[in-house]
Design a protein around this ligand. Sequence first.
Ligand SMILES: Nc1ncnc2c1ncn2[C@@H]1O[C@H](COP(=O)(O)OP(=O)(O)O)[C@@H](O)[C@H]1O
Ligand SMILES: [Mg+2]
Length: 248
Amino acid sequence: MTAPILQMRSISKTFGAVRALRDVSFDVQPGELHALMGENGAGKSTLMKILSGAYVADPGGEILFAGQLRHGRGDGIAVIYQELSLAPNLTVAENMFLGREGRAMSLVRRGMLADRAQPILDRLGVGFSAQTPVWRLSLGERQMVEIARALTSDAKLIVMDEPTTALSTRETERLFDVIANLKAHGIAIIYISHRMEEVYALADRVSVLRDGIYIGTVDRAELSAARLVSMMVGRDLGSFYRKEWSAP
Ligand SMILES: Nc1ncnc2c1ncn2[C@@H]1O[C@H](COP(=O)(O)OP(=O)(O)O)[C@@H](O)[C@H]1O
Ligand SMILES: [Mg+2]
């Protein structure tokens, strides 16, 4: 095994009375797709917001990225959030480079941005141009812009939080091709999904959270639906079916 690109150690997060995460630890290897699973409210998004620096964890934990202690935001990690975060009045290209390029832009600058954005959009196979204002796009197309934005940074780790929810079958296939390409370039991906078939298709390893607690990590070779479900719900599938569906 090579050195992990990411190690999260003893991460906890409390929101008032809610303990969203308790002492969660897990690691990610370079070039692997690490799926993160768990029922709604398990703490997946909170863990990723701590990783990106959007939330501050409770004291006591640490994050090591590329061997370095990390505090708050920093380079090398791109996050595609579940909630879209685009500016509807700006173009696709402006949204892709927003934050790195500032807001007041000349026409020339805009053209240059579009030139940089277009090849990335072509790679994603989208049917709109870099100059399109985002308000004209469908939800699925906006999600593709979010993904394109992540590809503009030279991230070593990309977090995708339920990326296919709004995508068509065709867009999903494109995304999977891009994911294979990223992995081939040694880029690690943390992929949050509750869709078992996606996890089967993509994951090298799967980690499971339940009620803010890290339950465990399963290798691709040991993946089974029964195992994952029992890790997520906290009892084995047999007793689950008996409890839910047998006559009293
Ligand atoms: N900003 C917040 N303020 C208060 N509670 C929050 C906040 N964000 C998340 N939570 C709570 O933390 C828990 C984990 O939520 P979340 O990380 O969104 O779970 P998941 O992404 O696995 O569905 C839930 O109980 C949720 O209600
Ligand atoms: Mg979530």
